[in-house]
Design a protein around this ligand. Structure first.
Ligand SMILES: *Cc1c(COP(=O)(O)O)cnc(C)c1O
Length: 377
């Protein structure tokens, strides 16, 4: 059986977690959390990284950092995304305004964003699907013109770049996920990337229950106190230790994933050239991280048959998001702006093939042969 996902793991995690337990240092903002933050800062060039308990929480924290967002305000995002992208803003009473996606990358269509801006719009939330960047120059330009914040949902985007810049560092805030389904995992976890130094202090305060405890720990003040609203978004240092072991071999993990991705692409190219399936598109200027390999079938019926066929051949494949605007909560809290030309149609055709660190190239070959057999029947 070839699984769809096997969570990433690095051998050193044992030693690092043992050290946490031995030193009885397992609470938040310990030595491994600091190492992870510094690693991400170095790698991405962001002004500040704060490890969080999830990407969902990183996005919530970003929403709390937009001081004037409240009931009735609007946030523009794609409907083809995970619920967390919308939840963070719905929790503040804001309305997710969904715009259609581009069929080539499955990312929000940047050309449709400006028409969705109203006087209540406060932010744009691009989601970098499959670790392939949205058209950020256009999105940033619209945001600047209308004085909107940009929060990048880069849950799938660590190690990817757009015109040489790390995903998550272009907007005011960027959010990474270290859930076990992502390229690097701490079980449950994430990170908030802060572009501007001016936002760092408030972020530290809100993440620490509304207190200035971070400053206290750095010895900058002699006691800490409650100074703003906040919550608790600190992961245990044991989870950070688990993650840090993977960050140390991040390049190796990235290369292994890209090798599988490229092998899928090469093997399946003839099927795409024959017009039987479609393959993912990576626009010029975008470097991706092999987060996901998907194909597109003719329609939902063919996709269901292919999933069953692969399963009979001991290969697990999955489809992805049900568009948020068609879900009960999406209908209650949000609205779709413009026409749904691609979101529903393309999401029904998309099929994700097995992809994880440790997947062997021979296995990729087997999977591709099975897909070819399905289309050759
Ligand atoms: C995984 C994912 C999330 C949520 O990440 P968690 O760390 O599980 O909260 C949010 N957005 C997107 C696009 C994701 O893929």
């Amino acid at each position: 059986m070839i699984n769809f996902n096997v969570p990433p793991y690095a051998e050193k995690a044992y030693d690092y977690i043992r050290e946490c337990v031995k030193n009885q240092k397992i609470c938040g903002d310990g030595p491994y959390t600091k190492k992870c933050n510094e690693w991400i800062e170095r790698k991405t060039g962001t002004a500040k990284c704060l490890l969080t308990t999830s990407c969902t929480h990183a996005t919530e924290l970003a929403a709390l950092l937009l001081p004037d967002i409240g009931p009735g305000d609007e946030v523009i995002m794609p409907s083809f995304t995970f619920v967390s992208t919308a939840d963070a803003f719905v929790l503040r009473g804001a309305v997710p305004v969904f715009v259609d996606i581009r069929p080539d990358t499955m990312n929000m269509d940047e050309k449709l964003v400006e028409a969705a801006v109203t006087e209540r719009t406060k932010a744009i939330v691009p989601v970098h699907y499959a670790g392939v960047a949205c058209e950020m120059d256009t999105i940033m330009e619209i945001a600047e013109r209308h004085d909107l914040a940009v929060i990048e949902d880069a849950a799938q985007g660590i190690m990817s770049t757009y015109k040489g810049r790390a995903l998550g560092t272009i907007g005011n805030f960027g959010c990474f996920s270290f859930h076990e389904t992502k390229n690097y995992s701490m079980g449950e976890g994430g990170a908030l990337l802060i572009r501007d130094q001016k936002d760092v202090e408030q972020a530290e305060i809100i993440r620490e229950k509304g207190t200035n405890r971070s400053k206290y720990y750095r010895g900058q003040i002699d006691k800490y106190t409650w100074i703003n609203y906040g919550s608790s978004y600190l992961p245990s240092d044991m989870n950070a230790a688990y993650l840090y072991a993977q960050l140390e071999i991040a390049e190796e993990i990235n290369e292994a994933r890209l090798a599988c991705w490229n092998r899928y692409y090469g093997n399946l190219k003839p099927l795409a050239d024959a017009g039987r399936i479609e393959l993912p598109v990576v626009p010029e200027g975008c470097v991706h991280n092999g987060h996901m390999f998907y194909i597109k079938t003719a329609d939902i019926g063919e996709r269901t048959e292919l999933i069953d066929y692969l399963k009979k051949n001991e290969i697990l494949s999955v489809f992805h998001y049900i568009p948020l605007h068609t879900a009960p909560a999406g209908q209650k809290f949000g609205r779709f702006h413009g026409e749904d030309r691609y979101t529903t149609r393309e999401s029904e055709r998309l099929l994700r093939l097995p992809m994880y660190y440790g997947l062997k190239e021979e296995q990729v070959d087997d999977i591709c042969d099975t897909v070819k057999k399905f289309y050759g029947r």
